[in-house]
Design a protein around this ligand. Sequence first.
Ligand SMILES: [Zn+2]
Length: 370
Amino acid sequence: MNFNPFFQDSKTSARSGFLKTAHGRVQTPFFMPVETKAAAKFVSQEELDKMGVECFISNALLLHFKPGLEIVKKAGGLHKFLNWEKSIFTDSGGFQVIDEHFLLRINDAGAEFRDPFSGKRECITPEKAIAIQNSLGADVIMCLDDQPHFGRSKDSIAQAVKRTLLWAEKCKKAHSNKRQQLFGICQGGLHSDLRKKSIEGLLKIDFDGIAIGGFGIGEENAQMMKVVEKCVSLIPEEKPVYLMGIGSPKELVEGISAGVDVFDSCFPTRVGRHGMVFTRKGALRLEKAQFAKDFKQLDADCDCFVCRNYSRAYIHHLFKLKEPSGMRYLSHHNLHFLQRLVQEARQNIKENSFLKFRNQFLKNYSKKLL
Ligand SMILES: [Zn+2]
């Protein structure tokens, strides 16, 4: 069995164990940094390794466009190409369905994208999305899904659920690299009945794990968490649950509490590049004038190299002058912060004290930007 959540918190749905892949065991729950174009912006693979990251996610569609499958194959596969010996997920390109720079057209046959580098049109069918990911060689790959934009009508979301299930069946049939696990993606927006239909359809096809897609695009946090809880309750416990695109500190802790095992998001590095810092008291905007003379470390409890060496005032100065090292330091700190947070969550699940940990964290974590 690839997934074994052997610790179950008795007061919440939080659980901890491991996901076994062709490149080792990943302790769950875990958060994956995003390497859309085969790099976590400003943070090296060596840094990710040192902060305890055991898995990240890259984007198969973008790698297919550039550098192309041939080059990755010649390098000896994705792990060798980007020098990472631990586990990797790839996303199929489903998320680009909501990106107007990429998507030209979508119908039941597939999604037509514009290659952002060459400008050429290319139709990605479910079969092609799988062939691309089979060739890249990530440990866990995702079905192609139809992700509706936020705020779409229920009919439109129902249509996306139907198409995502149709594509999921085709993806399962096309999947040929047995060293890779294939996860199905559930859609349905904030509609519990559509989520239920989507999950039941995926369970019939039988995937190695179930991803909850379509969130992180503008919905209200409390509403999303209610739907996530409902989804988790419908998924058998032997299947890992992956909440896609979610990665703020608060949402991670709440998601773990709801029973989610896997997360990914470009949020920590994207906001880091814009001067936002995660701390145990909440997120702060380092560009504010009040930090110009603040010689404390970014977060009092953090032991990352940035916090050990530099003050808020120094990094504030770097941001004021638009020095790229400021963006690098905050990207590193934010990723390190989330790794420590999930490590602590795992430890508390093992000791059956997760509820206390969660409540304490949420009590200390300000909802407002500091
Ligand atoms: Zn730090």
